[in-house]
Design a protein around this ligand. Structure first.
Ligand SMILES: NC(=O)c1ccc[n+]([C@@H]2O[C@H](COP(=O)([O-])OP(=O)(O)OC[C@H]3O[C@@H](n4cnc5c(N)ncnc54)[C@H](OP(=O)(O)O)[C@@H]3O)[C@@H](O)[C@H]2O)c1
Length: 268
């Protein structure tokens, strides 16, 4: 499989790194484009892959093209590569709010497309990527997309109508968690811990608890019950969180970001 990354910015580079570091990826060839010759030359040297600025050539050379430009640039670049996209090729977009129908329209009807939403922990191969196949993507093409994104973390497949919600949850979610880590670190400083120790305690606690949810496969509420001793310390902490409306605040954050993802389409 030959993979073309169209737009080797932050997300494109994370993908290129992940693919090259994975067992599967070693057998795949990667080529990429950027807008400017300077960034092509810099990224090509850093990643040791062919990077240039000719999007049509990239589309001709590759079986799978991953669109990693900003959403407002998607129409122009897809129109630019449309002639090179045959029915056998697959175009996967990571651009927030760009739909499969828009991609099909810009590429010409009948092209296989997948809309995806990765997140930035892909940089350290702990990403969460959600995929929504378009009408023309075959089961084999969806499998290929899952294998590609599995090189940078976990994957999940949903119906496309859910993708704005996905953007609000796992796409934007790392920022919410950084805010929580920052607040817990502040709390550590408040109770007298050195800043570095407080941040370590906060981050490792978030990671350990997240791994418990993933690996034990039980509802988070059951895990919360396990650590909440009657009349102990945790229940007092939980009461303070309930008073501060933490749960409803997080739910509102996801809804606000999901609504913005929906609005981005009408604003474009
Ligand atoms: N970052 C995130 O957290 C995140 C999460 C999920 C999804 N996404 C999506 O990922 C996409 C990219 O985001 P990013 O943060 O990686 O952006 P970025 O760092 O700004 O990268 C954009 C890349 O696109 C290149 N580019 C621009 N116009 C081009 C053209 N006409 N032909 C070829 N390449 C072109 C740029 O090249 P130059 O460097 O030469 O300008 C740059 O390499 C966005 O659509 C975003 O919605 C991002």
């Amino acid at each position: 499989m030959k993979i073309g990354i169209l737009g080797l910015g932050k997300m494109g580079e994370a993908l290129a790194h992940g693919i090259r570091a994975s067992g599967d990826g070693k057998a795949w060839k990667i080529e990429a484009t950027t807008h400017s010759k300077e960034s092509a030359s810099r990224a090509g040297k850093a990643l040791r892959i062919p990077v240039h600025t000719d999007n049509a050539k990239l589309a001709k050379n590759c079986d799978v093209i991953i669109l990693c430009v900003k959403p407002h640039q998607a129409e122009a670049v897809l129109t630019e590569i449309a002639d090179a996209i045959t029915k056998k090729k697959l175009v996967i977009s990571v651009a927030a709010s760009i739909t499969n129908a828009q991609m099909e329209e810009w590429l010409g009807h009948g092209c296989a497309t997948i809309r995806s939403m990765p997140n930035t922990p892909a940089l350290i191969r702990e990403g969460m990527t959600v995929l929504a196949p378009g009408r023309e993507a075959s089961p084999a093409q969806l499998k290929a997309a899952e294998r590609i994104f599995a090189t940078v973390g976990r994957t999940s497949v949903v119906e496309e109508r859910l993708m704005d919600g996905v953007t609000g949850l796992s796409g934007c979610g790392p920022a919410y968690v950084y805010l929580i880590a920052e607040a817990l670190s502040e709390a550590g400083v408040k109770v007298g811990l050195p800043r570095a120790t407080a941040t370590l305690l906060a981050a490792q606690t978030l990671m350990g608890a997240a791994k418990m949810v993933l690996e034990r496969g039980v509802h988070p509420a059951a895990l919360k019950d396990e650590v909440t001793t009657p009349a102990g310390c945790t229940i007092d902490g939980l009461m303070a969180l309930e008073e501060g409306k933490l749960r409803v605040t997080l739910i509102k954050a996801v809804l606000a970001a999901a609504e913005k993802s929906e609005r981005l389409r009408s604003e474009a």
